[in-house]
Design a binder for this molecule. Structure first.
Ligand SMILES: [Zn+2]
Length: 101
């Protein structure tokens, strides 16, 4: 694990109240930083670091035909939605028949 100064409050542990939309109404000028819970430091888990690293790696390996991939992904999502819808309709029909029956 690695600890580092909270990048949000810069180690102060406090943030101006209007930083968070839902505390803008408060009379307090400063509120506890939600990123570090007021401690001023954030701890990076090894796992998080690992994931971030992987993410960066995969981002740097983005193929140039990304548009094609996006279309493929959209098509896959569309298919999944369609089959889910079909299943749902079949279920519905079955139920209706049972009720009639
Ligand atoms: Zn903080």
């Amino acid at each position: 694990m690695k600890a580092q100064k909270c990048p949000v409050c810069e180690g102060k542990g406090k943030m101006p109240a209007d930083f968070y939309p839902d505390t803008a109404e408060t009379t307090e000028k400063w509120v506890t930083c939600r990123t570090c819970n007021g401690s001023g430091i954030v701890v990076l888990e090894d796992e998080v670091e690992h994931i971030m690293q992987k993410l960066e790696e995969s981002l740097s390996e983005v193929p140039e035909n990304i548009e094609e991939d996006e279309a493929e992904i959209e098509a896959a999502i569309g298919e999944a939605e369609e089959s889910a819808r079909q299943e749902y309709m079949e279920e519905l029909e079955k139920k209706e028949k049972e009720e009639e029956g």
